[in-house]
Design a protein around this ligand. Structure first.
Ligand SMILES: O=P(O)(O)O[C@@H]1C[C@H](O)[C@@H](CO)O1
Ligand SMILES: O=c1cc[nH]c(=O)[nH]1
Length: 336
């Protein structure tokens, strides 16, 4: 079996499943076909064409009552992260990085839905996604449709998150190279019509390297580029000993965490593999940048003060702020 897509999987990475998913979802021509020549997104779902109105229910928007192209057509970066507060702070931060007017109002654009929060700072859309894959995948898929209806050109997607680190100091930033699921495969597995679908969970390697490269002058904290495990649970799913239930020993836990570290994983969170797979299916460039709140080889509890955690959460913002600023600087230099 052979495959023309961009993903290179190793033998243990469920190659057969990858190829069968891949030929359906990412077959070379189809993957290219996900973009129109002007960079706008073409979604691989003909059922959408028969909808008179598409209701983006969790975003509180629809295609009849909102001028989505006017409101969102200029978006270049879509950034998602767990909490509403963080994503508002990120929008504020990006407004200052991009030199947008100080008096600019940052309204929550999902006010007709209470589920997520969404802010727009010029070309940067900042959206909260809640905890875990089902919540993140719902927000992400609706934002992908939003970008399609908006006719946004070549938008780049990022997740800015928090995580536990593996053998690196708390407060470090990890740029993900790929996402690993809870059974240690580089896939996002989701049941569809009663059968498990397995989608490869590699992130855009060049984008991740560019983001990481720009951190070389940062002295305040360490940054790494590495694999990220996404667990479906904060406690046993992340080999913690401090949940309400625990049926394994500390040495089982440590053996598991060392296995992860040996595979090249440096952090554990709860979304990276699905974020990688869904954005890839949409033909989007995407990256995941997270700050570690603790070293999981040293413990399980998140003990730093609220002030420290708030400061650390700004680190992925700084990393992405640098990248986004550089992106626009380069565009100005190139005259486009
Ligand atoms: O973006 P956030 O900080 O929500 O990312 C991690 C993964 C889970 O969503 C959550 C668990 O505390 O934090
Ligand atoms: O250990 C951690 C810390 C933050 N988020 C996670 O998912 N795990």
């Amino acid at each position: 079996m052979s495959c023309d897509c961009d993903y290179v999987l190793e033998k243990h990475d469920v190659q057969a499943q990858h190829y069968s998913t891949c030929s359906a979802l990412f077959g070379a021509t189809e993957k290219k076909g996900l973009r129109n020549p002007d960079g706008t997104l073409r979604l691989n779902n003909k059922h959408l064409e028969s909808l008179k109105v598409d209701v983006l229910y969790h975003l509180g928007l629809d295609t009849a009552n909102y001028d989505i192209p006017a409101q969102f057509g200029d978006v270049k970066f879509v950034c998602l992260g767990g909490t509403k507060h963080r994503m508002r702070e990120f929008a504020k931060y990006m407004a200052s990085v991009l030199g947008l007017p100080k008096e600019m109002k940052l309204d929550n654009l999902t006010k007709h839905s209470q589920r997520y929060a969404m802010y727009k700072a010029g070309p940067v859309l900042s959206v909260s996604h809640g905890i875990g894959i089902p919540s993140m995948a719902t927000a992400l898929q609706e934002v992908i449709k939003l970008m399609h209806y908006a006719k946004a050109k070549d938008p780049i997607f990022f997740r800015l998150g928090t995580c536990g680190g593996l053998g690196i100091p708390a407060g470090s930033v990890v740029v993900s190279a790929w996402g690993l699921n809870g059974t240690l495969e580089k896939t996002y597995d989701v049941p569809v019509l009663g059968k498990m679908r397995r989608m490869p969970s590699y992130l855009d390697e060049r984008l991740s390297q560019e983001v990481h490269h720009l951190t070389k002058d940062i002295k305040d904290f360490n940054t790494y580029i590495a694999g990220t495990m996404a667990a479906d649970d904060f406690y046993r799913g992340q080999a913690r000993l401090d949940g309400p239930f625990c049926d394994y020993t500390e040495s089982d836990k440590m053996a598991f965490l060392r296995t992860l570290a040996d595979m090249g994983v440096k952090n554990i969170e709860m979304e990276a593999n699905a974020f990688a797979a869904i954005t890839a299916e949409a033909g989007l460039r995407s990256g995941v940048v997270c700050v570690t709140f603790l070293d999981r080889l040293q413990g399980d509890q998140v003990t730093p003060s609220k002030q420290t955690l708030t400061e650390w959460q700004q680190r992925p913002m700084v990393v992405l702020g640098q990248f986004i600023a550089k992106y626009f600087e380069t565009r100005v230099q190139n005259g486009n």
